[in-house]
Ligand binder design. Structure first.
Ligand code: UDX
Length: 439
C-alpha cells in the first residue's frame, strides 16, 4: 500500500517506519525542513530502542521517504495518517489546530479515494470535525477513521508490531476493508482488530490511559496508607496482582506517573466530562494524588536532614519519566530538582539517556555526571527517580566510599529492605517501612 504519514513526532515516526517494515511504501511529511533534511540523511530524530535499525533499513531500501510537501507526500496515497501534536490548551483540552489545519489543506488536493486516519489522541468528536474540514473543498470520496495508538515509549516497536489489539473507529465498509488489509501482517498471532464507531474509538484511548493512571494512583494511595499502618506495599502488590481480575501489571507504587500521555489524557478526559455536564470524580482525585506523589520524598529528605537542605548535595539517579526513554515530559525528577534547588541544595545527576534534554531545560541549575558513581562523590544522600535496570544491583562497596552518608531516598522501590539493612544503609522508599541504620 501507499501510505502518507503527516507529522514525524514520536507516533508518526514509529507508525511510518513500522508500516514500511511490513512492505508498504511510506512517505512521511513534516513542516520542519531541518528535521526532514536530517531524516533524508539517515538521522533519526528520536530515541526509541530498535527503531533506528528499522528506520535505516527501510530508508536504504527505498520504502521510507521524507518530504516537507503535503501534496507530494499524499500523491497516490491510499491511506493518510494524521500523527500531529495535540498539546493541552490553557483549559486542559487538546488543541486541534494542527490537525484541522492539515485537514483544511487536504481537501482541495485529494485526487483519489483515500482513508484519512486520526492516529493522535484526540477528544471525542474529532473525526467528525476532520471529516467536515476535508469535505469543505474535497472533490473526491474519502473516509475519516479513528485509530488510536497504544504505544509505550521504550517498547513502541514491539507494541506496534505485535499489538494486543487494534482499535478502529469507522462505519464505512470500504474503510474497514482498507484497514483490515493494512493491519493484517501485525495481527497474525490472532490478536483482535476491534471495529466500532469513531466516537467510541476516540473514547477507548482515553479510557485505557485513564484506567491505567488510576490503577497506578490507587497503588500509590495504598502505599501512602501502608506507611501509616506499617504494611509493605510490595507484598500487597504481589498479594492482589495474582488475582487475574486485577492483573500483575501497573501496580508498582512510586513517585507518580509522568510522560506525554497519562497526565495529558487524564486532564483532557476530565475536561470532556465537564463539558458534558458530568462530574468525573475519580479523575480529579487521580490528578490530585499524582501531583503530591511526585514530591513525596521531599518531606522524608527534610525529616532526615532536620529540615535544613541548604548546602546539601544530592546525587540523583534517573531523570527520564521511566526507563528506556530520554523523554522528560512531566518527569517526577524535574519536580524534585525544583524543590531541592529551591531549598538551597545542589544536585549531581546521572541518567543514561535523558541528560541532554534536562540540560536543555534547566541549564546549569544542576550538574551532570558521566556515570552513576561519579554522581555519588561527596553527596549527602542518593535519590532514585527512575528505575533504570543498571541501578538495581549497584556496587554497594563502591557507593560506601563515595557517599558522605549511607542514605538512600528511593522513589522506585528498587531494593529489598533486608538487603539494604544488611548493607548498613538508611533507606526511605514508597509504601514500606524506613530502614534506619545507625551510621
Ligand atoms: C502510556 C500507555 O501505556 C500507552 O498505551 C499510551 O499509548 C501512551 O501512554 P507511556 O507514557 O510510554 O505509555 O508509559 P508507561 O509505560 O505506560 O508508563 C507511564 C507512567 O506510569 C510512567 O511514569 C511510569 O513510571 C508510571 N508507572 C507505570 C508507575 O508508576 N507504576 C506502574 O506500575 C507502571
Amino acid at each position: 500500500m501507499r501510505i502518507a504519514v503527516i507529522g514525524t513526532g514520536y507516533v508518526g515516526l514509529v507508525t511510518g517506519t513500522c508500516f514500511a517494515e511490513t512492505g508498504n511504501q511510506v512517505i512521511c511529511v513534516d513542516i520542519d525542513a531541518k528535521k526532514v533534511e536530517k531524516m533524508k540523511n539517515g538521522v533519526i530524530p528520536i530515541y526509541e530502542p530498535g527503531l533506528e535499525e528499522l528506520f535505516l533499513r527501510n530508508s536504504n531500501e527505498g520504502r521510507l521517504k521524507f518530504t516537507t510537501s503535503l501534496s507530494e507526500g499524499i500523491k497516490d496515497a491510499q491511506v493518510i495518517f494524521l500523527a500531529l501534536p495535540t498539546p493541552p490548551g490553557a483549559d486542559g483540552s487538546a488543541d486541534l489546530k494542527y490537525i484541522l489545519k492539515v485537514a483544511d489543506d487536504l481537501g482541495p488536493i485529494l485526487e483519489n479515494y483515500v482513508v484519512v486516519i486520526d492516529k493522535s489522541t484526540v477528544p471525542v468528536g474529532t473525526a467528525e470535525k476532520v471529516q467536515a474540514a476535508i469535505a469543505k473543498n474535497a472533490k473526491v470520496e474519502f473516509d475519516v477513521v479513528s485509530n488510536p495508538e497504544f504505544l509505550r515509549e521504550g517498547v513502541a516497536v514491539e507494541d506496534f508490531m505485535k499489538p494486543d489489539r487494534v482499535v478502529i473507529g469507522t462505519k464505512s465498509d470500504k474503510a474497514k476493508a482498507v484497514m483490515t488489509k493494512l493491519y493484517a501482517p501485525l495481527v497474525r498471532q490472532g490478536n483482535p482488530v476491534i471495529f466500532m464507531d469513531e466516537r467510541s474509538a476516540e473514547m477507548t484511548k482515553y479510557a485505557a490511559n485513564a484506567f491505567l493512571a488510576t490503577k497506578i494512583t490507587f497503588m500509590n494511595e495504598i502505599a501512602n496508607l501502608c506507611e501509616k499502618v506499617g504494611a509493605n506495599v510490595d507484598d500487597i502488590r504481589r498479594g492482589i496482582g495474582t488475582d487475574s481480575r486485577i492483573g500483575k501489571r501497573f501496580l508498582f507504587a512510586g513517585i507518580g506517573y509522568g510522560g506525554s500521555c497519562f497526565p495529558k489524557d487524564v486532564q483532557a478526559l476530565e475536561k470532556t466530562s465537564k463539558e458534558n455536564d458530568y462530574d468525573f470524580k475519580i479523575l480529579k482525585a487521580v490528578m490530585d494524588v499524582n501531583e503530591n506523589q511526585k514530591t513525596k520524598l521531599i518531606p522524608m529528605i527534610n525529616e532526615y536532614f532536620g529540615g535544613d537542605l541548604k548546602g546539601k548535595t544530592f546525587a540523583m539517579w534517573g531523570l527520564a519519566f521511566k526507563p528506556y526513554t530520554d523523554d522528560i515530559r512531566e518527569a517526577p525528577a524535574l519536580y524534585n530538582i525544583d524543590a531541592l534547588v529551591e531549598a538551597g541544595a545542589t544536585i549531581k545527576a546521572y541518567d543514561p539517556e535523558a541528560m541532554p534534554n534536562v540540560e536543555a531545560l534547566v541549564g546549569d541549575k544542576i550538574t551532570f555526571t558521566s556515570g552513576p558513581y561519579e554522581a555519588l562523590k561527596d553527596a549527602d544522600a542518593l535519590l532514585i527517580m527512575t528505575e533504570w535496570p543498571q541501578f538495581r544491583t549497584p556496587e554497594f562497596e563502591v557507593m560506601n566510599v563515595l557517599l558522605k552518608n549511607k542514605v538512600i531516598f528511593d522513589g522506585r522501590n528498587l531494593y529489598e529492605l533486608d538487603e539494604i539493612a544488611e548493607k548498613g544503609y538508611t533507606y526511605y522508599s514508597i509504601g514500606r517501612e524506613t530502614v534506619n541504620s545507625k551510621q
